[in-house]
Design a protein around this ligand. Structure first.
Ligand SMILES: NC(=O)c1ccc[n+]([C@@H]2O[C@H](COP(=O)([O-])OP(=O)(O)OC[C@H]3O[C@@H](n4cnc5c(N)ncnc54)[C@H](OP(=O)(O)O)[C@@H]3O)[C@@H](O)[C@H]2O)c1
Length: 333
């Protein structure tokens, strides 16, 4: 790579079903120059997020991705050149920088990050996913000591932090994930029991792991796992609708879950969604709490690092197929 060239991935076509490498195109272009008010950033690490697949499917909390655009991605990088008084060369920043070596962005679209922190922390637990676990669990789940907490997608970026935060809140925590390797990791993070949703007896396994029912369900996946968990919810239980990853990498969303709203009424359940980006101050408070626990060694932040911009499409495809433990990120060359 030379500094005069900007390698990047174009989002080429909209997937009708599963995402494949053919939906992206590798390109090069001259390095962009910042206009007044803009900042040129060298991208250092990409956050690999299931929501990137959602952005291809239609408008969500972000405008829909259009074929021909540089593939969008939250990322962390270093300021190279600044046409804004708000940033100087060498500053570490975060933003929607995309799958590319260099990004020009308005200064107002960037967020300053602590240059002393490793990229793995800034993209991972101190990035969007850690705050998501904190806000979703504490603001919507509102766990009380002694309660039973179920976390789905538990071996992933958000889930692995949510499991540990629920333990910190004094709860008994059951984790749902796919496969024995992920189950082992979750036990090491403190989960009291782990259910492998791929083992073929999900509802019975959940009942066995949760003899006292579920008070808080932190749900990252929706679909079959949500449907299987709802009948075990206790009266007054809270379902934190964080994500629906089981439906993202498909042409059509599956129907369901059955039991809504009848179970919500009979059990007096609250089921609420949220988007962590809605409240910047709340996010900062979450990051401060997570950073303190990281620094005192009471919070583990598993990260899976994929080397090289060229591997970004495969990293996203692998993430959607469950090929990650902890936070998946791409480190640029
Ligand atoms: N509300 C918000 O503000 C917000 C912010 C960030 C993320 N999110 C959401 O949080 C969720 C987790 O995101 P993340 O970044 O932490 O991703 P992640 O959990 O690290 O990665 C996705 C995981 O989803 C699981 N998965 C894939 N297909 C599945 C299926 N059919 N059934 C069950 N599990 C399946 C896979 O694990 P297995 O091997 O266990 O299948 C995979 O590892 C996503 O739904 C995301 O959209 C929400």
């Amino acid at each position: 790579m030379t500094d005069a060239v900007n390698r990047h991935w174009i989002y080429r076509s909209r997937p009708d079903d599963r995402l494949t490498p053919e939906h992206f195109e590798w390109c090069t272009a001259p390095r962009p120059r910042p206009a007044p008010g803009e900042v040129l950033v060298r991208v250092q690490a990409l956050s690999v997020d299931p929501s990137q697949r959602v952005w291809m499917a239609g408008p969500s909390y972000r405008p829909m991705l259009l074929p021909g655009e540089v593939m969008a991605s939250y990322a962390v990088g270093q300021v190279v050149q600044s046409q804004s008084p708000d940033f100087a060369p060498g500053d570490r920043v975060e933003g929607d920088l995309g799958w590319q070596d260099f990004a020009c962005r308005a200064a107002s679209a960037l967020r300053r990050r602590d240059a002393a922190r490793p990229l793995e922390q800034l993209v991972g637990v101190l990035g969007i996913t850690g705050a998501t676990a904190h806000v979703g669990l504490f603001d919507i789940g509102r766990p009380r000591p002694g309660e039973q907490v179920l976390v789905s997608g538990a071996a992933g970026a958000v889930g692995s932090i949510a499991v540990q935060l629920a333990k910190k809140a004094g709860c008994r925590v059951v984790a749902v994930a796919g496969g024995p390797h992920k189950a082992q990791m979750l036990r090491e993070l403190g989960a009291d029991a782990v259910v492998d949703y791929k083992a073929g007896a999900l509802r019975a396994d959940l009942k066995r792991a949760l003899p006292k029912g579920i008070d808080v369900f932190f749900d990252n996946v929706a679909g079959a796992v949500l449907e299987a968990a709802l009948p075990s919810m206790n009266i007054g239980g809270r379902v934190v609708c964080c994500g629906a990853v089981s439906a993202y990498d498909a042409g059509q969303a599956p129907p369901g879950p059955r039991g809504v709203p009848a179970l919500l009424i009979a059990r007096r359940l609250t089921m609420a969604g949220f988007v962590v980006l809605d409240d910047a101050l709340r996010r900062e408070a979450a990051e401060a709490a997570l950073a303190a626990w990281l620094d005192d060694g009471t919070l583990q932040a598993p990260v899976q690092v994929v080397p090289g911009l060229k591997n970004a499409p495969q990293a996203l495809i692998d993430l959607l197929a469950g090929g990650n433990t902890g936070k998946m990120m791409v480190r640029l060359d």
